[in-house]
Ligand binder design. Structure first.
Ligand code: AMO
Length: 589
């Protein structure tokens, strides 16, 4: 059979095409038999066009059309006709016209799909959508996010190319990189007992490319991390990864802001305002209890430890004696909360290990609550001034260790904002968080870890702290936050092998570990390393926010479930014994 040659896609015909002979191809989206005339909505990625089969026009083709069913794939030839004003469909791009079919090829029939593809809005259980992902994509909304993702990648490539960044592909089979998550390992067939690790990011390769003199690198890179999954995490995800030599953090931040601007312009036709806000990690934690605050609403936290130490409220005083803090937030207009609301918020913070939630309401110009009597007038005055409490407001206060109090208040702040609809959903609030601590101490494991990764440079001024008080040292690292999501992170790198060695020592890596894990890298640093810095943006998270969805799976063509499985391919799966033999792997019981 000679395949009809498509002249237009299904989203392009309009009034100006009336009387033209056209050829369209696509899927049968809807089928209506109006006693005689058959109407078919033909769908492809670009849109929908109405076809008309008229027995008076072509009896044989009309008879063939009677057999068509949903999702059959066809091509047609026909003439574009103007629809009457009563039948014009203004919701469709092609709604003013229809095609009177003269000839048709049926390419393939379709089984009845497990869910309807002709209605974008019906809620289908995600498991079934993931099992039949190719049908889910055909429905439309996911296809739209994929198109948008493509535009973002094209915009990124164009923008970075214009600034002399070149895209270099780095290996997928490599050595473990210390990004902090568990690796996905691939056993070697040739070297029994040896493994490749899939990259958690191209971190070491991009630094090696700087040592190699490539100056400016980028890559739209697939990364793999075997970690606990959340709504914004996938085991396999995509970064827009960058690195540059001889630059400053200021320069890099301006380049990244330009990159994000280009992506937003391309995908949303929106001009975002730059430069983005900046907060040091310390201030950010003080104000929001989190290093990725959602700034689409106000409601900062206030540390009132110094004020309430002059109260007689023993719950607060006891905590302050135990190195705790007292911190709170002010809910504007919150005095209308009921006892039940307050009880619910108390139960909510208890999930984060908090004992209780203290509250006061400002009504008739005085603070009211069951605990006000423990707070002398001057203490109340200071609280009112610091927390900016006004008539009709409510304050919540938590006394606990700083980490616990901050975590609970961060969650409480977000929950109240959601419940009281305080979030400006149409806003994009970017924030740079800078001056992170270089290390963090893990009390459970009694050991020091890198806050980012071990190649992050200490702030120049804090270099002496590496010897005296490493935990106090700050890093030249910066995260970028959008609407409460961490969408990227990066840093100035260590380019001095001595400093790099000192950091490994603080991390308590033995000579042997350093040698076996990073020996090649330390050696590379010793052959003339330019000062360099970089950053990686989480493309999936950016697309998630741009597409206004809460699930990262909605912006990935073939995502994994929360339990890291692919329901369509039924993977991970078992392999043939012969394959295991080749790899010299014996499975345990
Ligand atoms: P980092 O680990 O901060 O930095 O990762 C950069 C960004 O990648 C995104 N991201 C994820 N997205 C989806 N699923 C995941 N499991 C996931 N993990 C991370 C986040 C994050 O901000 N090599 C460094 C970058 C550098 O220093 O240049 C790195 O990978 O948006």
């Amino acid at each position: 059979m000679h395949l009809f040659q498509r002249s237009h896609d299904c989203g392009s015909l309009n009034k100006t095409d009336v009387e033209s002979e056209v050829c369209l191809s696509g899927w049968v989206h809807r089928y209506r038999d109006h006693g005689g005339l058959i109407f078919i909505d033909l769908r492809d990625r670009f849109g929908i066009t109405q076809l008309v089969f008229d027995p008076a026009h072509n009896k044989e083709i009309h008879q063939q059309a009677e057999k068509l069913r949903h999702e059959w794939v066809i091509s047609i030839k026909g003439k574009v006709m103007l629809r009457s004003s009563e039948t014009t469909n203004l919701e469709l791009k092609t709604g003013e016209v229809e095609v009177l079919v003269a000839d048709m090829q049926i390419h393939s029939k379709a089984k009845t799909p497990p869910f309807s593809l002709s209605d974008d809005f019906i809620d289908i259980h995600e498991e079934i959508r993931l099992k039949y992902r190719y049908l889910d994509i055909r429905r439309g909304p996911i296809a739209n996010t994929l198109v948008s993702r493509h535009k973002a990648m094209m915009a990124a490539r164009k923008y970075l190319d214009s600034l002399s960044f070149i895209e270099v592909t780095t290996p997928i089979l490599g050595k473990s990189t210390p990004e902090g998550a568990r690796d996905y390992l691939v056993p070697s067939r040739i070297y029994h007992g040896s493994f490749y690790a899939l990259p958690q990011s191209p971190q070491l390769f991009k630094q090696l490319l700087m040592i190699a003199g490539m100056d400016r690198y980028f890559q739209i890179a697939q990364c793999f991390r075997d970690e606990d999954l959340r709504a914004d995490r996938q085991p396999e995800f995509t970064q827009i990864d960058m690195e540059m030599s001889f630059g400053t953090p200021e320069q890099l931040m301006a380049i990244v802001e330009g990159l994000i601007k280009a992506i937003f312009k391309e995908c949303l036709k929106k001009d975002i305002t730059t430069p983005f806000k900046r907060l040091s990690h310390k201030t950010c934690m003080e104000l929001y209890g989190s290093d990725r605050p959602d700034l689409r609403f106000d409601m900062p936290l206030s540390d009132i430890s110094d004020i309430v130490k002059n109260s007689t409220f023993s719950v607060f005083l006891d905590q302050l004696k135990e190195d705790g803090i007292v911190k709170g937030l002010c809910v504007k207009g919150g005095a209308n909360m009921t006892r039940k609301d307050i009880e619910d918020y108390t139960a909510f913070v208890q999930k984060f290990g908090i004992q209780g939630l203290a509250w006061m309401k400002m009504q008739e110009n005085e603070l009211k609550s069951n605990i006000v009597k423990f707070f002398p007038d001057d203490v109340q005055k200071e609280m009112i001034a610091k927390m900016k409490i006004e008539e009709g407001d409510l304050i919540f206060m938590i006394a606990d260790l700083p980490g616990t109090a901050n975590q609970a208040l961060d969650h409480l702040r977000r929950k109240i904002a959601k419940d009281r609809k305080l979030i400006h959903e149409d806003r994009y609030e970017f924030l740079w968080v800078t001056d992170f601590p270089l290390f963090r101490f893990s009390p459970e494991e009694q050991k020091i870890d890198s806050e980012h990764h071990p190649f992050t440079s200490p702030k120049f001024a804090d270099l002496p702290l590496l010897d005296s008080d490493p935990i106090a040292a700050r890093s030249e690292a910066y995260d970028i936050v959008l609407n409460g999501y961490e969408i990227g992170g990066g840093s100035q790198r260590v380019h001095d092998p001595e400093v790099q060695k000192k950091i490994f020592d603080i991390l308590k890596l033995t000579e042997e570990e350093i040698h076996s894990r990073f020996g090649f890298f330390i050696e590379a640093l010793s052959y003339g390393t330019p000062p360099h810095l970089g950053l990686a943006l989480g493309l999936d998270r950016i697309m998630m926010i741009l597409s206004k969805t809460d699930s990262i799976r909605d912006v990935i063509a073939f995502p994994k479930t929360q339990k890291a499985s692919d329901l369509m391919m039924a993977c991970p799966g078992t392999v043939a014994p012969a394959q295991l033999n080749e790899l010299n792997i014996i499975l345990g019981e």
